[in-house]
Design a protein around this ligand. Structure first.
Ligand code: ZN
Length: 266
């Protein structure tokens, strides 16, 4: 694990596993933990790292309902846990399915230790809702939680630290790999979600996976996702075959073909 100090008492924490990036914002009265990690073991390691920086009470925000962002929450006892209501619904309904399906992938690649940890993680339900946006007072500084519309999922939440121009973007932005357009993604709406992010005027954007980036990087990813959206639309309306769309995609075939296949039946 490696800390990056982004601004005064604003930190990103980088992990080798999944190239993941977690966040921490420290106020005068409490701190805000952005995502809790892949399982309770990881969550405990993350909580201990937070405690090296601050002893203040913690609040948690979950950027979206993908297992690697919320299965460490049990390591933050007593915390208020903020999330979009559809994130809570997905955690209620499918956290176990997500864990089982990824545990299977870990076992296939010989990583039984990670599979066991994943299956052992207790699922913690978020306690507070971010429907549109919510301002949290951390004492001497406030942070805004923003749902930018549908993009990477239908329950993405951005964390805007306005006094320092930092946005924690969850997986709406990805560095080091193409954005993940999973079966619960909304490629047609994703560019507009990034417009909401860019309109916040950030100086630094922290992806859920990869290194912190600048607004120019996000504008570039937005332009690529707009191409993907037009290809998805072309497949959906029958003007493009999936193979033609894959050939025109700015991302490798394996990153876009599943989404384009879904476009065909959308
Ligand atoms: Zn995700």
């Amino acid at each position: 694990m490696r800390w990056i100090e982004l601004a005064d008492r604003v930190f990103a924490s980088r992990y080798a596993e999944l190239d993941q990036t977690l966040g921490l914002v420290v106020g005068d009265d409490r701190c805000l933990v952005v995502d809790t990690g892949t399982d309770e073991h990881h969550g405990a390691e993350w909580a201990a790292a937070v405690r090296e920086i601050t002893a203040l009470p913690w609040t948690v925000v979950i950027t979206h309902a993908h297992w690697d962002h919320f299965l460490g929450t049990a390591a933050f006892p007593g915390a208020d846990v903020w999330a979009h209501p559809r994130c809570t619904a997905e955690i209620d309904g499918h956290a176990r399915d997500q864990a089982e399906s990824w545990a299977e992938r870990y076992r296939e690649s010989g990583r039984d230790d990670l599979a066991d940890r994943l299956l052992a993680a207790r699922v913690v339900r978020p306690t507070h809702e971010v429907v549109d946006h919510v301002e949290l007072d951390l004492g001497g500084r406030s942070v805004t939680l923003v749902h930018p519309g549908r993009g990477h999922t239908d329950n993405d939440v951005l964390v805007h630290v306005s006094d320092d121009g930092v946005v924690f973007a969850g997986d709406t932005v990805e560095q080091g790999a193409p954005p993940s357009i999973g079966k619960d993604g909304y490629p047609l709406e994703w560019p507009a979600a990034l417009d909401v992010l860019l309109d916040l005027g950030p100086r630094i954007i922290v992806p859920g996976h990869g290194e912190p980036v600048d607004p120019g990087f996000v504008r570039g990813q937005r332009a690529e996702l707009a191409v993907v959206a037009s290809l998805f639309d072309g497949v959906r309306s029958g003007t493009l075959s999936v193979d033609e769309a894959v050939a025109q995609s700015p991302y490798p075939a394996e990153a876009t073909r599943p989404a384009l296949e879904r476009g065909r039946v959308a």
